[in-house]
Design a binder for this molecule. Structure first.
Ligand code: GAL
Length: 445
């Protein structure tokens, strides 16, 4: 099967992120620029004492709170067991999909105060921003010493690489196009979970008639509406055309895009009234409690259901690829790199080694809901959901997520988020198509 995740290596600077953080205007932090003699990609790390004196590593992410924190905490615990002399500073900034963390990161990076390591999605979110701005060290030396070239899938390494240098380490693979559903709601109402859009609308009418919200949405943080839309878009136009939207071979005024907007608009008639007041966890909770029947979310929702809410897969909740997307896997990968000029370079390298190790990935991922990025996981540590996801990841057609940074530059992601946010309120298809075409013209080079 053809497996293509298109990542153009065009280096477009991260306009949106830097603007959001007041690029250039950010206050300058007292920067301890230790380790400015950075090795090239093939050299070994320099040894010597840390610039800051203390043995510390500051880990920056948006993994805090329910459904997010447990995996990272597990990884930190493992790291601390291996390196009791290194203090871990968990600098997580709350907000799903980096809603707040990305702006804080941009401010720190432009202010010369980078965290020792930070969460960033493989693909454009990494390459068009911090790599393009020459803020990251190549990690080829680590891939060589740790044998990672042999255990990380080549396509994934490409999503973290530019000009032969690899710039981050992937801790996981999340799947974006998943429909989670409350199993009891379907069983008690003699309904079958829908796999196509037609089936969705039939089931949604039946649920609505019984007073059950068919589809949970929590777009208080606007990325969740884009997350739902990109899954609908994929289902309507299929993986080949979806990928074509990002390499210029398919236009954003293709009739399929219009049809996807129409379908999305119709779907919004079946969501909870208070969607704008909820975040993704609140929306997932509606499904967990049986107040809503379905939800489209990345499989961090599975982590939330099982790790935080103690629900059982195939008993309390079920899952399926979102409508019409069977055979396609929407890829989201969380990675961590080594910024230039950090204070604790050696300790950070030790943390990256644990994060990229088989043991580290097998601690993190069962808690987080994702599957390991490495191909040699201990499968016995994973539940049925993840075993299925591993199978799909290795056989499905792959598509990159827009909402989670892989498909296009942050500039485009920012604009499409705005277009979809406005569309949720107005439902104006013509306007949305015009805005998408304009965004693509400006941002997709
Ligand atoms: C994604 C990230 C996931 C999860 C999710 C919700 O962007 O890749 O790991 O944290 O956001 O916050």
């Amino acid at each position: 099967m053809k497996r293509t995740v298109k990542v153009s290596l065009v280096a477009t600077l991260c306009a949106a992120l830097l603007l959001a953080a007041g690029c250039g205007g950010a206050p300058s932090q007292p920067a301890n620029q230790g380790g400015s003699n950075q090795p090239s990609g093939s050299q070994s790390p320099v040894s010597g004492s840390e610039a800051g004196g203390e043995k510390q590593v500051e880990i920056f992410s948006w993994w805090t709170g329910a459904g997010e924190a447990a995996g990272l905490e597990g990884l930190i615990k493992l790291f601390t067991e291996k390196h009791p002399d290194i203090e871990v500073i968990n600098a997580a900034v709350a907000g799903g999909a980096g809603t707040n963390a990305k702006a804080v990161l941009a401010s720190r990076m432009s202010g010369g105060n980078p965290p020792d390591t930070f969460q960033v999605h493989a693909g454009h979110e990494l390459l068009d921003t911090w790599v393009a701005a020459d803020k990251m060290e190549p990690l080829n030396f680590l891939y060589e010493s740790e044998g990672w070239y042999d255990v990380f899938p080549k396509q994934l390494v490409e999503m973290m690489s530019k000009d032969g240098n690899v710039y981050s380490v992937a801790v996981n693979i999340h799947r974006g196009n998943v429909m989670f559903y409350n199993k009891k709601v379907f069983d008690e109402n003699n309904l079958t979970p829908p796999t196509t859009f037609d089936e969705f609308f039939t089931v949604a009418e039946a649920l609505k008639a019984k007073g059950i919200t068919p589809l949970a949405l929590g777009d208080k943080e606007p990325w969740t509406a884009l997350h739902l839309f990109e899954s609908v878009l994929l289902g309507v136009i299929g993986p080949e055309k979806y990928n074509g939207l990002f390499d210029g071979s398919v236009s954003w005024d293709d009739p399929g895009v219009r049809e996807a907007l129409e379908t999305f608009k119709r779907m919004l008639q079946y969501v909870n009234d208070d969607h704008a007041a909820r975040n993704w966890q609140d929306a997932s909770q509606l499904v967990a409690q049986g107040k809503a029947a379905m939800n489209v979310m990345g499989d961090w929702a599975k982590g939330y259901f099982t790790t935080d809410l103690n629900l059982k897969g195939n008993v309390d909740f079920g899952w399926a690829p979102s409508w019409n997307t069977e055979g396609t896997f929407m890829v989201i990968s969380d990675t961590f790199g080594l910024p230039k000029g950090i204070q604790h370079r050696e300790a950070t390298i030790e943390f990256l080694k644990v994060l990229g190790s088989r043991e580290g990935q097998d601690v993190f991922n069962p808690l987080k809901g994702s599957i390991p990025a490495r191909t040699d996981a201990d499968v016995s540590k994973y539940d049925d959901y993840s075993k299925e996801a591993m199978q799909d990841w290795s056989t499905n057609e792959l598509t990159p997520s827009i909402a989670h940074g892989s498909a296009a530059s942050p500039g485009f992601s920012e604009k499409i988020t705005q277009v979809i946010t406005v569309f949720v309120t107005t439902g104006n298809v013509d306007q949305a198509v015009a805005d998408l075409v304009a965004a693509a013209g400006a941002e997709l080079k």
